[in-house]
Design a protein around this ligand. Structure first.
Ligand code: RB5
Length: 149
């Protein structure tokens, strides 16, 4: 399968059951899921998991990535330090759609202690189902990226 239908997935210990539910849901939709764990519930450090998933997206191995921690915030901050990554935390479907359409986000972060599984799966669907609109938004995304150049 090409990278265009491949999604990277990772979390910290706070989000393992939700990450696994997302993996099953996304896989059933025909995406190839690269789930890099963790699988055991010991306390771990969200930056390394977020940045490992971000590396898969930044390299082009996966087109998109979904990462989770308790709030979604810390792992998002860590992922956004990887060059080429645009990751937003979403707790609603509107934002999840808009970060693709307007911001060309290539990663989505979700807080497993913030949203329940049903809403989280809808957020994932909104993110994966949307495409970047380009046009005037492309100029703004270039401006986001400019400090990395
Ligand atoms: C872990 O307790 C928690 O700090 C982490 O999952 C996340 O919420 C950090 O942003």
């Amino acid at each position: 399968m090409t990278a265009s239908r491949r999604v990277a997935l990772s979390s910290d210990h706070a989000a393992i059951p939700l990450r696994q539910a997302i993996a099953a849901h996304v896989s059933a939709q025909g995406w190839e899921v690269v789930d890099i764990g963790p699988v055991t519930p010991e306390s771990t450090h969200y930056p390394k998991h977020g940045q490992a998933a971000a590396a898969l997206v930044a390299s082009g191995d996966c087109r998109l990535g979904i990462i989770l921690c308790g709030t979604g915030q810390g792992i998002m901050m860590a992922a956004n330090k990887v060059k080429g990554i645009r990751c937003g935390v979403c707790s609603d479907t509107f934002s999840a759609r808009m970060i693709r359409q307007h911001n060309d986000a290539n990663m989505l972060s979700i807080g497993a202690r913030v949203v329940g599984e049903g809403l989280a799966l809808e957020i994932v669907d909104a993110f994966l189902g949307a495409e970047f609109e380009g046009g005037r938004h492309a100029t703004r995304v270039e401006m986001i990226e400019a400090p990395e150049a």
